[in-house]
Design a protein around this ligand. Structure first.
Ligand SMILES: *Cc1c(COP(=O)(O)O)cnc(C)c1O
Length: 383
């Protein structure tokens, strides 16, 4: 059997309670979903503002399709760069507070493209240990020296920076950590970048749209910015659509246009998505009540959950991780919740460190207080 080695590896995954399966979603994404023929309240999505199936975005996508067709048909540098992409880039740059922005198909590709275009063999990247997988993959692909520091440990980061003789130094970090929900100390990171002549790539996948005035993101939350910051945010999470962008100084963005292989060698995303995102950006900016409601639900969850055997990580964002520990128990708890009509994903290694399997509870402005109350009651009864 040519694939028997793979079968052995798959059996090993199964025996460690690490096999992943996909549920079949039959409804639009949202707080209430239909999965495998049954209705659930879901705490699984990154659709933090409840925009993924907003009627105005559906209508904008329809209009975008009528105006631009369905497929972009070419990469951006050939003839795939439409008016809608261009307008969106200008709006995103202004919204995030940078001279220029560049759209990518996904956040994964934005990180790969940016890091590999900006650093190489003679350079060093300094990375928080809990960074998103896409940032780690990007660094490996760039061939720069990969220096990881313990989660949020600024003293360790400073020692690494002080000892570095690399040509270029790039600090990379999640702004809001995707599996923990805590926020990086951005002002201190900016100060270190300035002190040690480094750049700071900030991955704001979970802060954009959620944190800061008008949802402008983690930099706005801290009221800080610097020409040393290279800002990445995704458009498939709070913005409810798809894609990502990098914003920064004009030279940085122009370098990406010329050099980022994950930008140059791929078909542009359908312009209808950019057209829908122009509408999404308006909703993100104007509808402050969505962020107010989200904050209120976070407060409610933290106040009402009675944690005994497990541990709720300190987080004030929409991502609320309930650390359970063992893989099998995390899965069993998620299954028990599902039997009661509540979907919460069990996150296991290698996505999180061994021994810290968890329920990753994601709240959304689409939830109502009664949804949170049901989840809290179920969890309080289970532990
Ligand atoms: C989701 C995520 C990404 C990837 O973004 P996609 O648009 O989903 O590819 C990158 N970084 C972080 C921190 C994320 O959570």
């Amino acid at each position: 059997m040519p694939f028997s080695a793979l079968a052995l590896e798959l059996a090993e995954i199964e025996s460690q309670d690490l096999r992943r399966t996909r549920r079949l979603l039959e409804s639009p994404q949202g707080a209430r979903v239909t999965v495998d023929g049954r209705d659930y309240v879901a705490f699984c999505s990154n659709d933090y503002l409840g925009l993924a199936s907003h009627p105005r975005l559906i209508e904008a996508a329809r209009q975008g399709a009528a105006r631009y067709g369905v497929g972009a048909g070419a990469s951006h540098l050939i003839l795939g760069h439409s008016m809608a992409h261009h307008d969106l880039e200008k709006r995103l740059a202004a919204f995030a507070g940078f001279p220029r922005a560049l759209l990518f198909s996904t956040g994964y590709l934005a990180n790969i493209g940016a890091v590999t275009a900006l650093v190489g063999r003679e350079d060093a990247v300094f990375a928080d240990r809990l960074n998103h997988a896409s940032l780690n993959d990007a660094v490996l692909l760039s061939r720069a020296a990969f220096k990881r520091y313990p989660h949020l440990d600024l003293a360790a980061l400073e020692r690494l920076l002080a000892g570095s003789t690399a040509r270029r130094r790039l600090i990379v970090t999640d702004a809001v950590f995707s599996m923990d929900g805590d926020i990086a100390p951005v002002p201190e990171l900016v100060a270190l970048a300035e002190r040690y002549d480094a750049w700071l790539l900030l991955d704001d996948a979970h802060g954009f749209g959620v944190l800061g005035a008008e949802g402008r993101g983690t930099l706005a939350h801290f009221n800080v910015n610097s020409p040393r910051v290279i800002y990445m945010a995704t458009l498939g999470k709070a913005a409810g659509v798809s894609g990502a962008f990098i914003a920064g100084e004009a030279e940085v963005v122009e370098t990406l246009v010329q050099r980022a292989r994950a930008y140059v060698y791929t078909t542009a995303t359908p312009p209808l998505l950019a057209h829908a995102l122009l509408e999404s950006l308006e909703l993100v900016r104007r509808e402050e009540w969505r962020r107010d409601r989200l904050r209120e639900l976070v407060r409610q969850l933290k106040a009402r959950l009675q944690v005994r055997r497990w541990r709720l990580e300190p987080s004030d964002t929409a991502i609320q991780p309930l650390i359970i520990g063992a893989n099998a128990e995390a899965v069993a708890v998620a299954e028990a919740l599902a039997r009661g009509g509540l979907l919460v994903p069990a996150i296991r290694p290698p996505t999180v460190p061994a021994g810290t399997a968890r329920l990753r509870i994601s709240l959304s402005a689409a939830h109502v207080p009664d949804d949170v109350e049901r989840l809290v009651a179920a969890l309080n009864a289970l532990q």
